[in-house]
Design a protein around this ligand. Structure first.
Ligand SMILES: [Cu+2]
Length: 164
């Protein structure tokens, strides 16, 4: 009987230690890359999907698929507070306020890293095709601010600003 006891005690001690181990902190959700195509569909020019929802830290990758040149340009009055300064730092090779360069190379990609982005709703458009309705919405975290809201993945038509 003594032999069994000697064997059992260390096993019980190990098991107890395992139960006392502090719980692992909840893992941060891994950053993801969300792909948005810029394309021509017949006489229409679209971002597809036109509405996406991401978390701060995610990356949005735009791809010039067809119908270019396209660009990505955010509305200065339809983004969250602080987002203008953020985007003007985060957008590579800007050609102006909140404006990406024009994409002329087929399958050219343009990425915007939303690490540190203010949460809220970001509305944007393609300058060459703005009048044709080429517009999109990115919700970072929770929707908010003066931008539109996503309705079935599309900006609500009533909330799309009139073209100038
Ligand atoms: Cu376009």
């Amino acid at each position: 009987m003594k032999r069994w006891t000697l064997l059992t005690v260390p096993v019980v001690a190990l098991a107890a230690a395992a139960f006392r181990a502090p719980p692992q902190p909840a893992a941060e959700p891994a950053a993801k890359t969300v792909h948005v195509e810029m394309l021509q569909q017949g006489s229409r020019y679209v971002f597809r999907p036109a509405g996406i929802r991401i978390q701060p830290g995610d990356i949005v990758e735009f791809e010039n698929v067809s119908g270019g040149p396209h660009n990505v340009q955010f509305y200065p009055n339809r983004i969250p507070t602080g987002a203008r300064e953020f985007l003007n730092r985060a957008m590579p090779q800007r050609q102006g306020d909140l404006a990406s360069p024009f994409f002329t190379t087929p399958h050219q990609k343009y990425t915007v890293n939303f690490t540190g982005a203010p949460e809220g709703t970001y509305d944007y458009f393609c300058l060459p095709h703005q009048a044709l309705g080429m517009k999109g919405t990115i919700i970072v975290g929770a929707p908010g601010g003066p931008g539109s809201t996503i309705n079935d993945g599309e900006p609500t038509p009533a909330q799309v600003p009139p073209s100038d």
